[in-house]
Design a protein around this ligand. Sequence first.
Ligand SMILES: Nc1ncnc2c1ncn2[C@@H]1O[C@H](COP(=O)(O)OP(=O)(O)OP(=O)(O)O)[C@@H](O)[C@H]1O
Ligand SMILES: [Mg+2]
Length: 323
Amino acid sequence: MPLLDVDNLTIAYHTRSGPVTAVENVSFRLERGKFLGIVGESGCGKTTIGMSLLGLLPENGFVREGRILFEGSDLLALSQKELQAFRWKKISMIFQAAMNALNPVHRVGDQIIEAIRIHNPEFSEERIQKEIKELYDLVDIPEQRIFDYPHQYSGGMKQRAVIAMALSCRPDLVIADEPTTALDVIVQDQIIRKIKDIQRQRGIAGIFISHDIGVVAEACQDIMVMYRGKIVEQGKREEVFVAPVHPYTIALLSSHLTIDGVFDFHADKPEVACDFSPDFFAGVCGYAESCSRAEAQCFTAPPKWREITPTHKALCRLCGQND
Ligand SMILES: Nc1ncnc2c1ncn2[C@@H]1O[C@H](COP(=O)(O)OP(=O)(O)OP(=O)(O)O)[C@@H](O)[C@H]1O
Ligand SMILES: [Mg+2]
Protein backbone atom coordinates (compact mmCIF):
# COMPACT_ATOMS: atom_id res chain seq x y z
CA MET A 1 0.00 0.00 0.00
CA PRO A 2 1.47 3.43 -0.88
CA LEU A 3 1.91 5.92 1.95
CA LEU A 4 -0.26 8.44 0.12
CA ASP A 5 -2.77 7.74 -2.62
CA VAL A 6 -4.52 10.78 -4.10
CA ASP A 7 -7.24 9.99 -6.57
CA ASN A 8 -9.02 12.42 -8.87
CA LEU A 9 -8.74 15.34 -6.49
CA THR A 10 -10.67 18.44 -7.54
CA ILE A 11 -10.57 21.53 -5.32
CA ALA A 12 -12.45 24.80 -5.73
CA TYR A 13 -12.73 28.15 -3.96
CA HIS A 14 -15.96 30.04 -3.36
CA THR A 15 -15.57 33.51 -4.83
CA ARG A 16 -17.95 36.44 -5.37
CA SER A 17 -18.59 35.18 -8.87
CA GLY A 18 -19.28 31.62 -7.71
CA PRO A 19 -17.06 28.58 -7.13
CA VAL A 20 -13.82 28.56 -9.12
CA THR A 21 -11.79 25.39 -9.66
CA ALA A 22 -8.14 25.65 -8.56
CA VAL A 23 -7.12 22.00 -8.90
CA GLU A 24 -8.74 19.49 -11.23
CA ASN A 25 -8.56 15.69 -11.43
CA VAL A 26 -5.19 15.37 -9.74
CA SER A 27 -4.05 11.79 -9.03
CA PHE A 28 -0.72 10.57 -7.70
CA ARG A 29 0.85 8.06 -5.36
CA LEU A 30 3.75 8.42 -3.00
CA GLU A 31 5.73 5.53 -1.55
CA ARG A 32 7.37 5.65 1.88
CA GLY A 33 10.78 7.34 1.91
CA LYS A 34 10.33 8.84 -1.57
CA PHE A 35 10.14 12.49 -2.61
CA LEU A 36 7.65 13.81 -5.15
CA GLY A 37 8.26 17.19 -6.76
CA ILE A 38 5.39 19.42 -7.87
CA VAL A 39 6.42 22.14 -10.32
CA GLY A 40 4.49 24.70 -12.28
CA GLU A 41 3.97 28.42 -12.60
CA SER A 42 2.48 30.69 -9.98
CA GLY A 43 -1.22 30.03 -9.40
CA CYS A 44 -1.27 26.52 -10.92
CA GLY A 45 -2.53 24.98 -7.66
CA LYS A 46 0.56 23.64 -5.87
CA THR A 47 -0.12 25.14 -2.44
CA THR A 48 -3.82 24.27 -2.73
CA ILE A 49 -2.89 20.58 -3.08
CA GLY A 50 -0.49 20.77 -0.11
CA MET A 51 -3.05 22.46 2.13
CA SER A 52 -5.77 19.97 1.21
CA LEU A 53 -3.57 17.06 2.35
CA LEU A 54 -3.41 18.60 5.83
CA GLY A 55 -7.09 19.58 5.87
CA LEU A 56 -5.99 23.21 5.99
CA LEU A 57 -7.69 24.75 2.98
CA PRO A 58 -8.79 28.35 3.57
CA GLU A 59 -12.40 28.79 4.69
CA ASN A 60 -13.67 29.39 1.16
CA GLY A 61 -11.80 26.35 -0.23
CA PHE A 62 -13.43 22.93 -0.57
CA VAL A 63 -12.75 19.52 -2.07
CA ARG A 64 -15.28 19.03 -4.80
CA GLU A 65 -14.37 15.50 -5.73
CA GLY A 66 -11.77 12.84 -5.11
CA ARG A 67 -10.09 10.81 -2.41
CA ILE A 68 -6.98 11.23 -0.28
CA LEU A 69 -5.83 7.98 1.30
CA PHE A 70 -3.00 8.08 3.82
CA GLU A 71 -1.85 4.61 4.90
CA GLY A 72 -5.21 3.47 3.58
CA SER A 73 -7.33 5.88 5.68
CA ASP A 74 -9.51 8.41 3.94
CA LEU A 75 -8.34 11.84 5.14
CA LEU A 76 -11.41 13.56 3.73
CA ALA A 77 -13.64 11.48 6.00
CA LEU A 78 -11.82 12.55 9.21
CA SER A 79 -13.38 15.07 11.61
CA GLN A 80 -11.44 18.27 12.41
CA LYS A 81 -10.50 16.73 15.77
CA GLU A 82 -9.20 13.55 14.15
CA LEU A 83 -7.31 15.64 11.61
CA GLN A 84 -5.69 17.68 14.36
CA ALA A 85 -4.32 14.54 15.95
CA PHE A 86 -3.06 13.45 12.56
CA ARG A 87 -1.48 16.72 11.49
CA TRP A 88 2.22 17.20 12.34
CA LYS A 89 2.49 13.69 13.76
CA LYS A 90 1.80 11.95 10.45
CA ILE A 91 1.95 14.76 7.89
CA SER A 92 3.61 18.09 8.49
CA MET A 93 4.22 21.09 6.30
CA ILE A 94 6.90 23.68 5.79
CA PHE A 95 4.73 26.57 4.65
CA GLN A 96 5.52 28.92 1.81
CA ALA A 97 7.49 31.89 3.30
CA ALA A 98 7.53 30.01 6.62
CA MET A 99 10.80 31.44 7.82
CA ASN A 100 9.12 34.82 8.13
CA ALA A 101 6.46 33.21 10.28
CA LEU A 102 8.75 32.65 13.29
CA ASN A 103 7.45 34.84 16.10
CA PRO A 104 10.02 37.67 16.47
CA VAL A 105 9.42 38.16 20.19
CA HIS A 106 9.99 34.54 21.22
CA ARG A 107 13.27 32.64 21.20
CA VAL A 108 13.39 30.15 18.31
CA GLY A 109 14.06 27.16 20.55
CA ASP A 110 11.06 28.00 22.73
CA GLN A 111 8.83 28.05 19.66
CA ILE A 112 10.02 24.58 18.64
CA ILE A 113 9.72 23.26 22.20
CA GLU A 114 6.14 24.57 22.26
CA ALA A 115 5.37 22.59 19.09
CA ILE A 116 6.90 19.42 20.58
CA ARG A 117 5.00 19.92 23.84
CA ILE A 118 1.59 20.52 22.23
CA HIS A 119 1.80 17.44 20.05
CA ASN A 120 3.47 15.16 22.60
CA PRO A 121 1.90 15.98 25.97
CA GLU A 122 3.28 12.72 27.35
CA PHE A 123 6.93 13.84 26.90
CA SER A 124 8.90 14.72 30.04
CA GLU A 125 10.94 17.99 30.16
CA GLU A 126 14.08 15.89 29.85
CA ARG A 127 12.77 14.13 26.75
CA ILE A 128 11.79 17.46 25.18
CA GLN A 129 15.29 18.89 25.76
CA LYS A 130 16.77 15.75 24.19
CA GLU A 131 14.45 16.04 21.18
CA ILE A 132 15.31 19.67 20.49
CA LYS A 133 19.05 19.01 20.70
CA GLU A 134 18.65 16.12 18.27
CA LEU A 135 16.61 18.32 15.91
CA TYR A 136 19.18 21.11 15.94
CA ASP A 137 21.90 18.58 15.31
CA LEU A 138 19.88 17.17 12.42
CA VAL A 139 19.51 20.58 10.75
CA ASP A 140 23.10 21.64 11.59
CA ILE A 141 22.45 24.56 13.90
CA PRO A 142 24.89 24.74 16.83
CA GLU A 143 23.30 23.92 20.17
CA GLN A 144 24.31 27.26 21.72
CA ARG A 145 22.08 29.04 19.15
CA ILE A 146 18.89 27.21 20.21
CA PHE A 147 17.63 30.02 22.39
CA ASP A 148 18.55 32.99 20.19
CA TYR A 149 15.78 35.21 18.81
CA PRO A 150 14.78 34.94 15.12
CA HIS A 151 16.56 38.22 14.22
CA GLN A 152 19.82 36.70 15.44
CA TYR A 153 19.53 33.89 12.86
CA SER A 154 20.59 34.20 9.22
CA GLY A 155 17.96 33.45 6.55
CA GLY A 156 19.36 29.94 6.01
CA MET A 157 19.37 29.25 9.74
CA LYS A 158 15.76 30.42 10.09
CA GLN A 159 14.76 28.12 7.27
CA ARG A 160 16.57 25.21 8.93
CA ALA A 161 14.82 26.02 12.23
CA VAL A 162 11.48 25.91 10.42
CA ILE A 163 12.45 22.53 8.96
CA ALA A 164 13.33 21.36 12.50
CA MET A 165 9.89 22.50 13.64
CA ALA A 166 8.20 20.55 10.83
CA LEU A 167 10.16 17.44 11.90
CA SER A 168 9.52 17.89 15.61
CA CYS A 169 6.76 15.27 15.76
CA ARG A 170 8.62 12.75 13.59
CA PRO A 171 6.09 12.77 10.72
CA ASP A 172 6.04 10.14 7.97
CA LEU A 173 5.42 12.77 5.31
CA VAL A 174 6.65 16.36 5.07
CA ILE A 175 5.20 18.77 2.55
CA ALA A 176 7.73 21.49 1.76
CA ASP A 177 6.13 24.44 -0.02
CA GLU A 178 8.86 26.53 -1.69
CA PRO A 179 11.26 25.87 1.21
CA THR A 180 14.22 27.58 -0.43
CA THR A 181 12.71 30.33 -2.58
CA ALA A 182 13.75 33.25 -0.36
CA LEU A 183 17.36 32.07 -0.04
CA ASP A 184 20.41 32.75 -2.18
CA VAL A 185 21.58 29.85 -4.36
CA ILE A 186 24.45 28.77 -2.09
CA VAL A 187 22.25 28.56 1.02
CA GLN A 188 19.50 27.03 -1.13
CA ASP A 189 21.91 24.27 -2.11
CA GLN A 190 22.89 23.65 1.54
CA ILE A 191 19.22 23.38 2.52
CA ILE A 192 18.46 20.91 -0.28
CA ARG A 193 21.42 18.75 0.78
CA LYS A 194 20.20 18.91 4.35
CA ILE A 195 16.68 17.87 3.34
CA LYS A 196 18.11 14.93 1.35
CA ASP A 197 20.23 13.92 4.36
CA ILE A 198 17.22 14.02 6.65
CA GLN A 199 15.23 12.00 4.14
CA ARG A 200 17.94 9.31 4.27
CA GLN A 201 18.39 9.40 8.04
CA ARG A 202 14.73 9.41 9.04
CA GLY A 203 13.24 7.62 6.04
CA ILE A 204 10.53 10.24 5.63
CA ALA A 205 8.58 10.81 2.44
CA GLY A 206 8.21 14.30 1.03
CA ILE A 207 6.26 16.45 -1.34
CA PHE A 208 8.50 19.19 -2.58
CA ILE A 209 6.67 22.14 -4.10
CA SER A 210 8.69 24.61 -6.12
CA HIS A 211 8.66 26.65 -9.27
CA ASP A 212 12.41 26.02 -9.41
CA ILE A 213 12.97 22.92 -11.49
CA GLY A 214 16.65 22.72 -10.51
CA VAL A 215 15.71 22.36 -6.85
CA VAL A 216 13.11 19.69 -7.58
CA ALA A 217 15.49 17.82 -9.91
CA GLU A 218 18.01 17.58 -7.04
CA ALA A 219 15.65 16.42 -4.35
CA CYS A 220 12.88 14.30 -5.91
CA GLN A 221 12.56 10.91 -7.58
CA ASP A 222 9.11 11.51 -9.06
CA ILE A 223 7.88 14.67 -10.74
CA MET A 224 4.48 16.18 -11.41
CA VAL A 225 4.24 19.19 -13.73
CA MET A 226 1.13 21.33 -13.31
CA TYR A 227 -0.45 23.94 -15.52
CA ARG A 228 -3.57 25.90 -14.63
CA GLY A 229 -4.80 23.46 -12.01
CA LYS A 230 -4.10 20.25 -13.91
CA ILE A 231 -1.25 17.80 -14.03
CA VAL A 232 0.08 17.98 -17.57
CA GLU A 233 2.97 15.55 -17.21
CA GLN A 234 4.10 13.11 -14.55
CA GLY A 235 6.76 10.46 -14.26
CA LYS A 236 10.17 9.59 -12.92
CA ARG A 237 12.67 12.45 -12.68
CA GLU A 238 14.74 11.09 -15.57
CA GLU A 239 11.66 10.72 -17.75
CA VAL A 240 10.22 14.16 -17.15
CA PHE A 241 13.47 16.12 -17.10
CA VAL A 242 15.52 14.25 -19.70
CA ALA A 243 12.79 13.17 -22.10
CA PRO A 244 9.87 15.56 -21.50
CA VAL A 245 6.98 15.27 -23.95
CA HIS A 246 4.41 17.89 -22.97
CA PRO A 247 5.07 21.19 -24.77
CA TYR A 248 4.59 23.07 -21.48
CA THR A 249 7.21 20.96 -19.67
CA ILE A 250 9.58 21.45 -22.58
CA ALA A 251 9.05 25.21 -22.48
CA LEU A 252 9.40 25.29 -18.70
CA LEU A 253 12.64 23.32 -18.77
CA SER A 254 14.17 25.43 -21.47
CA SER A 255 13.40 28.63 -19.60
CA HIS A 256 15.23 27.49 -16.48
CA LEU A 257 18.82 28.54 -16.11
CA THR A 258 19.28 26.54 -12.91
CA ILE A 259 18.62 23.29 -14.73
CA ASP A 260 21.86 23.73 -16.70
CA GLY A 261 24.48 21.37 -15.43
CA VAL A 262 21.84 19.00 -14.04
CA PHE A 263 20.25 18.23 -17.38
CA ASP A 264 21.08 19.78 -20.70
CA PHE A 265 17.89 20.86 -22.38
CA HIS A 266 16.98 23.71 -24.69
CA ALA A 267 13.84 24.69 -26.57
CA ASP A 268 11.52 27.66 -27.07
CA LYS A 269 10.83 29.99 -24.15
CA PRO A 270 7.37 29.61 -22.55
CA GLU A 271 4.67 32.21 -22.79
CA VAL A 272 4.05 34.56 -19.87
CA ALA A 273 2.09 32.84 -17.10
CA CYS A 274 -1.48 33.89 -16.29
CA ASP A 275 -3.67 33.06 -13.34
CA PHE A 276 -6.62 31.30 -15.02
CA SER A 277 -8.81 28.64 -13.46
CA PRO A 278 -9.22 25.30 -15.27
CA ASP A 279 -12.95 26.19 -15.55
CA PHE A 280 -12.00 28.78 -18.11
CA PHE A 281 -10.66 26.02 -20.38
CA ALA A 282 -13.34 23.40 -19.78
CA GLY A 283 -13.38 20.98 -22.68
CA VAL A 284 -10.20 22.24 -24.37
CA CYS A 285 -6.47 22.18 -23.64
CA GLY A 286 -5.51 25.04 -21.29
CA TYR A 287 -2.07 25.29 -22.87
CA ALA A 288 -3.21 25.31 -26.51
CA GLU A 289 -3.10 29.07 -26.93
CA SER A 290 0.56 29.17 -25.82
CA CYS A 291 1.62 25.92 -27.48
CA SER A 292 3.84 26.01 -30.54
CA ARG A 293 2.62 22.54 -31.58
CA ALA A 294 -1.13 23.10 -31.11
CA GLU A 295 -3.43 21.86 -33.86
CA ALA A 296 -7.08 22.77 -34.52
CA GLN A 297 -8.37 19.86 -32.37
CA CYS A 298 -6.50 21.19 -29.30
CA PHE A 299 -8.77 24.25 -29.30
CA THR A 300 -12.00 22.31 -29.72
CA ALA A 301 -11.62 19.00 -27.86
CA PRO A 302 -10.33 18.10 -24.39
CA PRO A 303 -6.71 16.94 -24.05
CA LYS A 304 -6.11 13.19 -23.62
CA TRP A 305 -3.77 11.28 -21.35
CA ARG A 306 -1.00 9.64 -23.34
CA GLU A 307 1.05 6.91 -21.75
CA ILE A 308 4.69 7.25 -22.78
CA THR A 309 5.97 4.46 -20.49
CA PRO A 310 4.15 2.66 -17.66
CA THR A 311 5.47 5.38 -15.29
CA HIS A 312 5.46 8.41 -17.58
CA LYS A 313 2.37 10.12 -18.98
CA ALA A 314 1.27 13.46 -20.36
CA LEU A 315 -2.06 15.21 -20.83
CA CYS A 316 -1.77 16.11 -24.50
CA ARG A 317 -3.45 14.83 -27.67
CA LEU A 318 -0.24 15.17 -29.64
CA CYS A 319 2.29 13.76 -27.17
CA GLY A 320 3.68 10.33 -27.86
CA GLN A 321 2.74 10.67 -31.50
CA ASN A 322 5.50 11.17 -34.05
CA ASP A 323 7.95 11.83 -31.22
N1 LIG B 1 -8.44 31.63 -0.69
C1 LIG B 1 -8.57 31.68 -2.03
N2 LIG B 1 -9.70 32.14 -2.60
C2 LIG B 1 -9.88 32.17 -3.94
N3 LIG B 1 -8.94 31.73 -4.81
C3 LIG B 1 -7.78 31.27 -4.29
C4 LIG B 1 -7.53 31.21 -2.89
N4 LIG B 1 -6.29 30.70 -2.69
C5 LIG B 1 -5.80 30.44 -3.92
N5 LIG B 1 -6.67 30.78 -4.88
C6 LIG B 1 -6.51 30.61 -6.34
O1 LIG B 1 -6.30 29.22 -6.60
C7 LIG B 1 -5.33 29.04 -7.61
C8 LIG B 1 -4.19 28.18 -7.09
O2 LIG B 1 -3.50 28.90 -6.06
P1 LIG B 1 -2.25 28.28 -5.28
O3 LIG B 1 -1.91 29.22 -4.20
O4 LIG B 1 -2.55 26.88 -4.94
O5 LIG B 1 -1.14 28.32 -6.43
P2 LIG B 1 0.42 28.01 -6.36
O6 LIG B 1 0.71 27.08 -7.49
O7 LIG B 1 0.79 27.59 -4.98
O8 LIG B 1 1.06 29.44 -6.71
P3 LIG B 1 2.45 30.10 -6.19
O9 LIG B 1 3.54 29.44 -6.99
O10 LIG B 1 2.29 31.55 -6.53
O11 LIG B 1 2.57 29.87 -4.73
C9 LIG B 1 -4.91 30.44 -8.05
O12 LIG B 1 -5.67 30.78 -9.17
C10 LIG B 1 -5.27 31.30 -6.86
O13 LIG B 1 -5.57 32.62 -7.27
MG1 LIG C 1 2.02 28.41 -3.55
